[in-house]
Structure formats: structure tokens, C-alpha cells
Design a protein around this ligand. Structure first.
Ligand code: HEC
Ligand code: HEC
Length: 135
């Protein structure tokens, strides 16, 4: 009987402990800005104005309109595949900017660095790209 209680108490402590550390983990994540409902990458953006300038950068870099990625009745919706792909690209871009261009006065890359006004960038250099493997 005594051993059962020790086991039960231990289990309760483990459960409480994991709930508590779960809270700590989530507390570390940045809260979503109040001006948007569904940001998964641009969570560091401080104002609606700044969000707009990221959006304009993407729009101009690809040579498209907002509606290429968005249902303009509901910008938070992820229904369009272009938005979901753009989010992946955005995640890559933000990581590149943060990790590899942290030096002073860096001209950090944008979507334009690759896309140059195209929906799909030119990615084969003149003369082709042969006999390479990825790793
Ligand atoms: C190339 C695709 C693309 C284009 C073009 C684009 N957006 Fe976005 N937009 C996104 C992605 C991706 C997100 C989500 C970013 C994230 O998850 O952090 C987003 C998020 C947003 C949000 C936040 C919605 C919410 O509540 O979560 C707004 C508002 C928005 N865009 C407006 C615009 C406007 C206005 C334009 C045109 C000037 C535009 N976007 C052009 C891809 C695009
Ligand atoms: C390192 C270069 C690079 C950067 C930076 C980059 N892209 Fe791309 N992107 C590509 C390449 C290459 C493709 C074509 C991949 C394929 O479809 O096979 C592509 C494809 C896409 C597509 C899919 C187009 C289609 O028709 O399938 C979208 C949307 C897109 N990029 C958005 C963005 C946005 C938005 C940004 C900036 C946040 C961005 N990309 C930054 C290289 C890049």
C-alpha cells in the first residue's frame, strides 16, 4: 500500500513537472503581433507598416499582385499554394539574413536577389549546370 502511494505521488509530480516545463517552453516563443492572425515567420515584425513593407518587397520581387498569394477578402487564409510556398521561402530568407548577413552594413538578400521580378527565378547559369550533386 505504502509503495503504491509513493508511485502515485511520483507520477503526479512527473505530470505536473512536464506541464510546467511545457509552459516555460511556450512562454519563450514570441507572441504573435496584435495586427495579424496567422504569422508563422514574420513574428518579429513590430508594426503593420513594417509588415506591409515585407509584403511589398515580396510582391515586387516576384512581379505579382497581392492576390497571387492571398485571398484578398481574408489575408490570414493559407488556402493558396503560392502563399504556402512563399512562407517556406520567407523562412529560408529570414534565416539567411540572420545567420549569414549579420555583419555591419550587410546588404541583406531579399526575394529579389533570386527572383529578379520572376515568379520562378532563372536558376540555370548560361552554359548549363551539369555534373553536380547536392551533397
Ligand atoms: C509571394 C506571396 C505574397 C505576396 C505577393 C503578398 N503576400 Fe502577404 N503574406 C504572405 C505570406 C507567406 C504571409 C504569412 C507570413 C508569415 O507566416 O509570417 C503573408 C501575410 C500577410 C498578412 C498577415 C495576415 C494575417 O492576419 O496573418 C497580410 C495583412 C498580408 N500578407 C497582406 C499582403 C498585401 C496587402 C500584399 C500586397 C501588397 C501581400 N500581402 C502580398 C505572402 C505574400
Ligand atoms: C536562394 C534563391 C531564392 C530566394 C532568396 C527566394 N526564392 Fe523563391 N524560388 C527560388 C527557386 C529556385 C524557385 C523555383 C523552385 C521550383 O519551383 O522548382 C522558387 C520558387 C518560388 C515560388 C513558387 C513559384 C511556382 O510557380 O511554383 C514562390 C511562391 C516563391 N519562390 C516565393 C519566394 C518569396 C516570397 C521569396 C522571398 C521571401 C523567395 N521566393 C526567395 C529561389 C529563391
Amino acid at each position: 500500500m505504502k509503495r503504491t502511494w509513493i508511485v502515485v505521488t511520483a507520477l503526479i509530480l512527473i505530470v505536473l513537472g512536464s506541464l510546467f516545463s511545457h509552459d516555460l517552453v511556450f512562454a519563450k516563443q514570441k507572441p504573435e503581433p496584435s495586427f495579424a492572425k496567422n504569422l508563422q515567420v514574420l513574428t518579429f515584425v513590430k508594426s503593420k507598416k513594417e509588415l506591409k513593407s515585407w509584403m511589398n518587397m515580396m510582391k515586387k520581387s516576384l512581379g505579382v499582385n497581392c492576390s497571387y498569394c492571398h485571398n484578398t477578402q481574408n489575408y490570414a487564409s493559407d488556402a493558396k499554394v503560392a502563399k504556402r510556398r512563399a512562407r517556406m521561402m520567407l523562412k529560408m530568407l529570414v534565416q539567411i539574413r540572420q545567420e549569414y548577413f549579420a555583419f555591419p552594413n550587410a546588404k541583406k538578400p531579399t526575394c529579389y536577389t533570386c527572383h529578379q521580378g520572376h515568379k520562378r527565378p532563372v536558376n540555370i547559369p548560361p552554359g548549363g549546370f551539369k555534373n553536380f550533386s547536392d551533397n
